[in-house]
Write a protein that binds this ligand. Structure first.
Ligand SMILES: Nc1ncnc2c1ncn2[C@@H]1O[C@H](COP(=O)(O)OP(=O)(O)O)[C@@H](O)[C@H]1O
Ligand SMILES: [Mg+2]
Length: 288
């Protein structure tokens, strides 16, 4: 079941980009899925995690980022192919060969300001919709790494993708970001909003009583379903952010229990995704 999914929590530093990285690589290596990662954060974190820094600098300098694609289509009204902005075969894992990236750029914020100034929000949304429809045909999963906060582009993703996933650290402030997102999804409901595939507890310290207590609280009180699998706080996940110039194996990058947790998480994502699609088509038939 092909899907477009945005990874979103209004709060920063909750492990969004790390989750996108680990999911893309796990889906590629252990399930052979074709994954497109879209870097929708001006900090270009996921681009730097998936590509050599020199490569990131080159595509940014040449104006070949996701931001440049939208500048052309939305602000300049040009017909350009998003596929010509792709960086293919990214990742430092030698057996992850099915991941492509639309890299991010620091001029994203400036672009969004221009869209707002020119009152082109509706056009941006149409371009996002057309891009997603096309990308859905070419990949098993399109994963969008969103910036924290609710910018114009982030809102477009949230209203146009199939699903969103929210990672949260097991602490009070991080779940505030979830509440904010939940309230936002209720506003202007007629404009459409992605379905929540689940909340993922990230960076959980297995030896912390407080983390366990907060996780329990979240599972009991969250309006959205939580993934069974949590992401542990682990040094290997922290260092996964550094692109390794010499390719390594999946097992070296995500060893032991961390790798096991990621594989279970990816398997759970595939099951939830299929169930959500089945539910949608059942609802569709029921409505006929
Ligand atoms: N499970 C984890 N265990 C340890 N460190 C993590 C984990 N997930 C993320 N980090 C680290 O936490 C910081 C924030 O993570 P990041 O994925 O960039 O969050 P976000 O995209 O939400 O801002 C980074 O330094 C990252 O390496
Ligand atoms: Mg990030």
């Amino acid at each position: 079941m092909r899907s477009t999914i945005t990874i979103m929590n209004a709060k920063g530093g909750v492990g969004k980009s790390t989750l996108v990285l680990a999911l893309a690589e796990t889906l590629s290596v252990t399930h052979g899925k074709r994954v497109l990662v879209v870097d929708s954060d001006a900090h270009a974190s996921i681009s730097n995690m998936l590509m050599r820094p020199e490569w990131v600098h080159t595509v940014q300098a040449k104006g070949r980022t996701m931001v440049d694609f939208f500048i052309s289509t939305v602000l300049r009204n040009e017909r350009v192919a998003w596929t010509s902005y792709l960086c293919t075969g990214v990742s430092d894992i030698d057996d992850a060969r099915t991941i492509d990236l639309l890299p991010g750029g620091g001029h994203l914020t400036l672009f969004e300001r221009e869209v707002s100034k020119a009152s082109q929000e509706a056009l941006l949304r149409l371009c996002v919709r057309a891009f997603l429809a096309d990308a859905r045909n070419a990949y098993d999963f399109v994963l969008i790494d969103s910036a924290p906060g609710l910018s114009i582009l982030t809102e477009c993703w949230l209203r146009e993708v199939d699903f969103y996933i929210s990672p949260t650290k097991p602490d009070y402030i991080s779940t505030h970001g979830l509440q904010f997102l939940g309230q936002f999804s209720q506003r202007d409901a007629e404009m459409g909003f992605a379905e929540c595939l689940g909340i993922i507890v990230s960076m959980k310290d297995s030896s912390s009583f407080e983390d366990a207590q907060f996780e329990r609280w979240l599972r009991q009180n969250s309006k959205q379903p939580c993934f069974d699998q949590v992401i542990p706080r682990a040094t290997s996940l922290q260092t996964a952010a550094y692109f390794c110039p010499r390719p390594r194996s999946y097992w070296a990058k995500y060893p032991g229990e961390t790798g096991k947790a990621l594989r279970q998480l990816a398997a759970e994502l595939i099951i939830r995704n299929a169930a959500a699609h089945a539910h949608r088509s059942y609802d569709g038939r029921a409505a006929e």
